[in-house]
Design a protein around this ligand. Structure first.
Ligand SMILES: Cc1cc2nc3c(=O)[nH]c(=O)nc-3n(C[C@H](O)[C@H](O)[C@H](O)COP(=O)(O)O)c2cc1C
Length: 196
């Protein structure tokens, strides 16, 4: 006979947080303080991670440093018009968190598992931020592989920039966006001998 485990007390809260989280694109001041960010990062670092390698690091970019990074990224743009828009993208949130993947050489833990662990940490951090009332969105760029960006952020040879979490306060009045239900029936198949 199989039994269903009793839900832990916080289970409903966690499920609600997951089901109601949305990426927030329009962001304004303030952003989480350095202390709060460290606290949330410690929580996010509990995400599944084979061998607890923590093969990642974050760079927090705020204030005028955003414009400095924006200028570096703009240098990679093919046209002046695009360069201007790329630079402006770096000012759309008060805080940018560069997600830097640091794959480790390991005899049994392949690169893909380390990338998955890094993604798990980043999505957990987004969820935690959302739960605290902060807004955030993960964007892959601009130009994460551009030499100008890599140099500006001192991304090492073995490292990969996985874009940025843009973080701040949701613009007042935007309100929560309802999420359309996902039909995942075609995403799940079973291999078993029980007739459903
Ligand atoms: C690694 C990663 C990179 C992403 N990069 C972009 C991007 O560059 N531009 C974009 O519009 N959405 C990007 N997204 C998707 C958004 O972060 C977001 O998930 C999407 O807009 C759906 O919104 P939701 O999170 O509220 O469901 C990216 C997501 C991930 C996981």
């Amino acid at each position: 006979m199989t039994t269903v485990p009793a839900p832990r007390p916080a289970a409903g809260t966690v499920e609600t947080a997951i089901r109601t989280r949305r990426s927030t694109i329009r962001l304004t001041e303030p952003a989480p303080s350095p202390d709060e960010l460290l606290d949330l990062l410690a929580a996010a670092a509990t995400a599944p991670d084979h061998g607890q390698l923590r093969p990642w690091r974050l760079i927090a970019i705020r204030g005028d440093a955003r414009a400095g990074l924006g200028e570096a990224a703009a240098e990679a743009a093919p046209t002046a018009d695009l360069a201007e828009r790329v630079a402006a993208k770096h000012l759309r949130a008060p805080l940018m968190l560069a997600i830097v993947f640091q794959p480790r050489k390991h005899p049994t833990i392949p690169r893909w598992e380390q990338l998955a662990a890094t993604s798990a940490m980043a999505t957990t951090l987004l969820l935690l931020l959302d739960t605290r009332g902060w807004g955030g969105v993960w964007f892959g760029g601009p130009y994460p592989d551009a030499p100008q960006v890599r140099k500006h952020l001192a991304i090492g040879d073995g490292e990969q920039l996985l874009g940025y979490l843009y973080v701040g306060t949701p613009v007042p009045g935007d309100g929560p966006r309802p999420r359309p239900a996902a039909d995942v029936r075609s995403k799940l198949t079973w291999l078993d001998d029980i007739a459903l």
